[in-house]
Write a protein that binds this ligand. Structure first.
Ligand code: G4P
Length: 287
């Protein structure tokens, strides 16, 4: 499936980010903890270069806690500070400001020496669509997001949000796209709902997701769909989908299994975290 590209937008976004980078002290990159690789913009590292950075593993409420710990250790090895957050409930977000200050410790010391005590810390929030940027900013700014947006003359290209005394956030100036064109990346984004359903075939997507879940989290699938005792080893994704449809009594007149309905249900449940706390991309993996 082809995905609509807006190369012009991307160029503009890159230019905007480069411009605003000069005005900020650090970058907070949000990724989806369930797919920390696919939910990144492939050009971001190059764009932000040596700017101090923290990574927020968001939606950690739906991710596998063991995998999230592994990712934090992985980034630590690369000298990047990462923290797990849940921008929906606010869990983990108390660590945000202290972590930024930790990353900027030397800088803050230097400011102090120059007499700039209490200088405002400015952080640019970046991330691909749907990763939770608005939720983060809303939570941290206690809802002042809407108020700021409503102010005349304040455009999407320049949105600053005070989140505390001497601490401002800047929303991504523009839209940063993930690496859709990579097949696995596109699939993972579709599983999590980051890519709209209408660009992919729902049944193939659900079957593919089941194949992956049955290999990575077979017990979670068995428990959720009452398939205790089922050996998934020799079953294709679509066969598991049929088993699930049958268990849920999803039949069409004539007695056949309504795999379309089962697919929609499966994807909805996965996206809502109902199948379990699941991470699709592990450190050391291909994607
Ligand atoms: P964006 O600005 O980066 O595009 O993302 P946004 O904050 O709009 O979040 C996209 C979706 O992800 C929203 O769901 C939001 O509620 C959800 N979300 C963000 N952070 C978290 C998190 O830590 N945990 C969970 N479980 N969900 C999170 P939505 O379905 O679009 O809206 P709504 O149903 O919440 O109203």
């Amino acid at each position: 499936q082809s995905i609509q590209w807006f190369p012009g937008h991307m160029t503009r976004t890159k230019r905007q980010i480069e411009k605003y980078l000069k005005q900020v002290d650090a970058v907070a990159e949000i990724v989806d903890a369930r797919i920390p690789v696919s939910s990144r913009n492939p050009d971001l590292n190059r764009l932000i270069q040596n700017k101090p950075r923290i990574i927020l593993l968001n939606k950690s409420d739906m991710a596998d806690a063991v995998a999230t710990k592994e990712w934090i250790a992985y980034y630590k090895q690369k000298n990047v500070k990462a923290i797990p957050v849940d921008c929906k409930s606010g869990k983990g977000m108390n660590a945000f400001q202290p972590t930024v200050k930790e990353v900027l410790a030397l800088q803050i010391e230097a400011w102090k020496r120059k007499g700039m005590i209490g200088r405002t810390i400015r952080v640019m929030v970046v991330g691909v669509p749907n990763v939770g940027k608005s939720s983060l900013i809303n939570k941290l700014s206690h809802g002042s997001h809407a108020a700021v947006e409503d102010r005349p003359g304040v455009t999407r290209a320049n949105q600053w949000f005070p989140i505390g005394k001497g601490f401002d956030l800047l929303d991504t100036p523009g839209v940063l796209w993930p690496k859709f064109e990579d097949k696995i990346v596109g699939e993972h984004l579709a599983f999590t709902g980051a890519v709209k359903d209408d660009v992919v075939d729902t049944e193939s997507l659900a079957a593919r997701l089941l194949e992956i879940l049955c290999s990575l989290y077979p017990d979670a699938v068995r428990a959720r769909y009452r398939l205790e005792g089922t050996d998934f080893t020799d079953l294709a994704g679509w066969q598991v989908l049929e088993l699930i449809g049958k268990k849920r009594g999803m039949l069409i007149p004539g007695g056949e299994i309504d795999t379309e309905r089962a697919s929609i249900m499966l994807l909805d449940e996965f996206r809502a975290g109902k199948i379990g706390k699941i991470t699709l991309e592990r450190t050391g993996g291909k994607v």
